[in-house]
Design a protein around this ligand. Structure first.
Ligand code: F0G
Length: 359
């Protein structure tokens, strides 16, 4: 039960957007304060990009530090409404963290299937902390999702992957917020693509706001996959996807057709960036903008920098939003993989001054 005192601080997605979501009188108003994330302008990268305006939608500022919370709160609330006792997902990490948190808050059991050895440590830590039942599947995300789908067909357990339509509904609210903050839709939306639910959700949100005349235009959707896990770009499933961006290490996206529709209806594109380009963008964002995201999130910024290098004219005069989907702290291994120069010093003023070059 929500107490009244939970409400003023952060109303959450269900309450704020109830008119545009599948909310009924029986839907519990579950919330961890998701949504309402910052849209911050670029201070330094914009000079490299050469566009009119550049913003970052900081979806890493959601309660479990990724965009998944917007959709998960709707999926778990609807599962509760339907009388479910347990939820289930396959995940590269963030969906499981989010499902675990909202299930914990609701008193539901959460089962999560993760690809063995391929989930960033911070995400596993979240699922462990929230008491999820974690199964480390010897296979990749696509294998785990196929099994999760079968289980939810055979047993009364709610599947909360983005094949659950409530997830997409919740996630579209991020597009509403961008329009509300900018006063209109941007010209271009740069977004990482993995299982392809989020690009689908943003497109739906932009289309809805356009139809409701809350926006005067719709953006072109520019999606980015990792080169080693780029089935949509290649036009065929990838049997053994590989990338440093483990969140988007997916070879056969569930929302493939919807993502292609979003791309084509918007006049957009879905392209690929290499791991090297992803890591370059990851470091640049942290070092030049103060934004520490996980590698998958940096894929769209890598794509923007690549576009700026190859087709600078296509970006001039454009207002661009990059969706920063998840927090860098989720993947400490990648952050610490760069050579860190942290010399040990004695706890002594003169020694520290000398090490700082102040002596
Ligand atoms: N960025 C991050 C940080 C993600 O965790 C994901 C997907 C994506 C981008 C891609 O979004 O799948 O909607 O195209 N993570 C899923 C998970 C697959 O299990 O957490 P998408």
């Amino acid at each position: 039960m929500e107490r009244l005192t939970d409400k003023p601080a952060a109303r959450g997605v269900l309450e704020r957007y109830r008119d545009r979501l599948p909310v009924t009188d029986d839907t519990p108003m579950l919330s961890l304060g998701e949504g309402g994330t910052p849209l911050v302008s670029s201070r330094r990268l914009i000079e490299r990009v050469g566009c009119k305006d550049l913003y970052f939608k900081l979806e890493m500022c959601n309660p479990t530090s990724s965009f998944k919370d917007r959709g998960m709160v709707v999926a778990v609330a609807k599962a509760l409404e339907a009388g479910a006792r347990a939820v289930l997902c396959a995940s590269t990490g963030n969906t499981s963290a989010s499902a675990a948190a909202y299930a914990a808050r609701s008193g539901l059991d959460a089962f999560v299937l993760v690809p063995h050895g391929r989930v960033a440590r911070g995400k596993l830590a979240q699922a462990v902390a929230h008491g999820a039942r974690i199964l480390s599947v010897r296979g990749n995300f696509d294998d785990a999702l196929a099994i999760a789908r079968r289980i939810s067909e055979k047993h009364p357990i709610a599947l909360v992957n983005s094949v659950n339509p409530h997830r997409i509904e919740g996630q579209k609210t991020a597009a509403f917020e961008i329009v509300d903050d900018l006063g209109d839709a941007p010209d271009l939306l740069f977004i990482p693509v993995g299982n392809a639910g989020n690009i689908t959700a943003y497109w739906r949100g932009f289309v809805e706001y356009f139809q409701a005349e809350r926006a005067g235009q719709k953006p072109r959707m520019i999606g980015w996959q990792a080169a080693g896990a780029a089935p949509i770009v290649r036009g065929e499933p990838v049997a053994d996807p590989q990338t440093v961006a483990t969140a988007i290490r997916i070879g056969n996206p569930a929302s493939w057709e919807l993502a292609v529709a979003a791309r084509d209806e918007s006049g957009g594109e879905i392209n690929a960036v290499t791991d090297e380009e992803i890591l370059d963008a990851y470091h640049l964002l942290a070092e030049e903008e103060g934004i520490f995201c996980e590698p998958a999130s940096a894929a769209c910024v890598a794509g923007l920098l690549k576009t700026a290098a190859e087709h600078p004219e296509s970006l001039r005069d454009q207002t661009i939003v990059c969706v920063i989907t998840g927090h860098g702290l989720k993947d400490p291994e990648t952050a610490l993989a760069i050579e860190t120069d942290a010399p040990e010093v004695d706890a002594d003023l003169a020694a520290v001054e000398s090490a700082m070059g102040l002596a």
